[in-house]
Design a binder for this molecule. Structure first.
Ligand code: PEP
Length: 265
């Protein structure tokens, strides 16, 4: 069974005091979980990465950045390199979040470069995919998702896939309060795994974790992560409060190996 992976994308939220407080609350609430059945990571804004790394010290919570540039250190005003992210303690990076694709305008080709440079530099990548509402309504979900995967992961090796998590995030569900049904999520995740099988073989596809993202809350985490191809969640709004995020972690963990409704093993 793939271990669940719950990640919190803070987007452009919180301040320095709020960021540290959230880490402390999560640390306290996760403490005592022993060999937790869920991997947890947070993705703060760039400027808070160093204080979050400090606040998370001694915990099992991993830290990642929300973006990375395609080149190494040099003349790229405003951008942040893989080496810089590793320097401040990141082990993960998000690539292709829907806001980067649809608000900032990042293309599949640019995102492919970001994924490749991050993996080559030793970061784990959460690679985000997902269709717009009009694409779903036009029955284009599979075509969009397939193109995002094939172009976004082009040139990435089967070995490197050990460091890739896919996040299926239908754009119409992000920040809207509308969640994909468990059937819609399972269908898109199974299709994603089918494309991964075609690209990298069944063993790699089976081992790759595919998170669902889009208005995940404590109340729907258990039913979503109970689906056979839903291996966790990428959480936005509900990751900004420790109690809300912990409810998702605990309810997700209730699906993992007889945990009985908590993340403690
Ligand atoms: C996200 O930002 O990736 C996300 C899924 O946001 P929310 O949980 O708020 O829908």
């Amino acid at each position: 069974m793939r271990k669940l992976f719950i990640a919190g994308n803070w987007k452009m939220n919180l301040d320095d005091v709020g960021a540290v407080q959230l880490c402390q609350d999560l640390k306290t609430q996760l403490a005592g979980c022993g060999a937790a059945k869920v991997d947890v990571a947070v993705f703060p804004p760039f400027v808070y990465l160093p204080i979050v790394a400090e606040a998370l010290r001694g915990s099992t919570i991993a830290m990642g950045a929300q973006d990375v540039w395609t080149e190494g250190n040099g003349a790229f005003t405003g951008e942040v390199s893989v080496d810089m992210l590793k320097d401040v303690g990141c082990t993960f990076v998000l690539v292709g979040h829907s806001e980067r694709r649809h608000v900032i305008g990042e293309t599949n080709e640019l995102l492919n470069k970001k994924a490749k440079v991050a993996l080559a530099g030793g970061l784990n990548v959460i690679f985000c995919i997902g269709e717009l509402l009009e694409e779903r309504q036009g029955n284009k979900t599979e075509a969009v998702v397939e193109e995002q995967i094939r172009l976004g992961l082009a040139g990435i090796t089967a070995e490197q896939m050990a460091n890739v998590t896919i996040a299926y995030e239908p754009v119409w569900a992000i920040g809207t309060g509308v969640t994909a049904s468990k059937e819609q999520a399972q269908e898109a995740h199974a299709f994603t795994r089918k494309i991964l099988t075609d690209l990298f073989g069944a063993e790699v596809a089976e081992a790759t974790r595919i998170q669902y993202g889009g208005s995940v809350k404590g109340a729907n985490a258990a039913e979503l992560t109970a689906e056979p191809d839903v291996d966790g969640a990428l959480v936005g709004g509900a990751s900004l409060k420790a109690d809300d995020f912990m409810a998702i972690i605990n309810n997700g963990a209730s699906n993992v190996g007889g945990c009985g409704g908590c993340c403690c093993g």
